[in-house]
Ligand binder design. Structure first.
Ligand SMILES: [Zn+2]
Length: 168
């Protein structure tokens, strides 16, 4: 297994109707889930969503072919990016989410935290403890403090370059 598939688990394409809402207004919009992995989703929506917004997703028709979605109906996460794309049904907004929670009940009452793998030591770490550097590199608390303690210089940039090479 290479570093990329370790990080993203299996990522599969799909085309499923979902509803999402920004956590603050709970107004659900219809959209289409195009891609899902254990830690992220890509969906297309008629409405733009501000990056960094927290959103909740309800999957009305769980599909056994998408990992996790046959099991889970509720997801929570944060929008990482949103941009105009040409989707299957015309111009729309494509949004990438980093998932933080999932649950089997559509109301999310039973939702639990999703673990992410540390890009340095590969330890599964609950996503609320994961630290992000350089926007893309996810580190567990001990790797993060190790890296933060390194003085700026060649060694530190070499480690960061190595991690970037693993995750890009
Ligand atoms: Zn680590």
């Amino acid at each position: 297994m290479d570093a990329v598939s370790q990080r993203h688990f299996s990522r599969s394409d799909c085309c499923l109707p979902i509803k999402f809402a920004r956590s603050e207004d709970r107004h659900y919009c219809e959209s289409t889930l195009c891609n899902i992995s254990r830690t992220g989703m890509y969906f297309e929506s008629a409405e733009a969503v501000r990056p960094q917004s927290n959103v909740q997703i309800i999957m009305p028709e769980p599909s056994p072919s998408a990992p996790g979605s046959g099991e889970y109906q509720y997801y929570a996460g944060q929008i990482m990016w949103c941009r105009r794309v040409q989707g299957k049904s015309g111009a729309c907004f494509g949004c990438g989410i980093r998932l933080s929670k999932c649950g089997q009940q559509a109301d999310g009452e039973d939702a639990h935290l999703i673990c992410q793998l540390c890009d340095m030591c590969n330890e599964a770490t609950p996503c609320d403890e994961i630290e992000t550097i350089d926007c893309h590199i996810y580190l567990c608390p001990s790797c993060f403090s190790y890296l933060s303690a390194l003085p700026d210089g060649q060694l530190k940039s070499a480690v960061i370059r190595f991690l970037q090479g693993n995750v890009v």
